[in-house]
Design a binder for this molecule. Structure first.
Ligand code: ZN
Length: 128
């Protein structure tokens, strides 16, 4: 290999490397942008859920106060009924768990409305 070939080869190889790095950088930049968008969507969802939890806490606190102050039932009766309601979804986990039987129109993964008879969620691809 002459010195000319060596130089030419090196230059070509460097240009090829630079091109490859540019493409890689561009694809990484795209992925970073997608991750940021996804992160922003998740932050928004968290804010919505925090709002919902706050509203539900306010509602249950208000109802409890009305029931107890008006002597409708005792704290013990509320605890017993909570346990009973907790078991209605088949799991004693201290909360009402969503399941397919109670909410057939929603995707269990992304919670979006799904059409009956579909094998996969149109939005997230979750197998139904
Ligand atoms: Zn889904």
């Amino acid at each position: 290999m002459s010195i000319f070939d060596y130089m030419f080869d090196t230059e070509w190889s460097q240009r090829s490397d630079i091109q490859a790095l540019k493409q890689r950088n561009s694809s990484l930049a795209t992925r970073v942008a997608l991750n940021r968008a996804s992160e922003a969507a998740q932050e928004e969802r968290i804010t919505e859920l925090e709002q919902e939890v706050g509203e539900l806490a306010l509602l249950s606190k208000t109802l409890m106060r009305i029931l107890l102050e008006n002597g409708v039932c005792t704290g013990r009766e509320i605890e017993d009924m909570m346990h009973q309601v907790d078991l209605e979804d088949g799991v004693a986990d201290g909360r009402v768990t969503k399941n397919a039987a109670s909410d057939p129109g929603k995707c269990p993964e992304c919670d979006r409305t799904i059409q009956e008879g579909r094998k996969r969620c149109l939005y997230c691809g979750h197998k139904l």
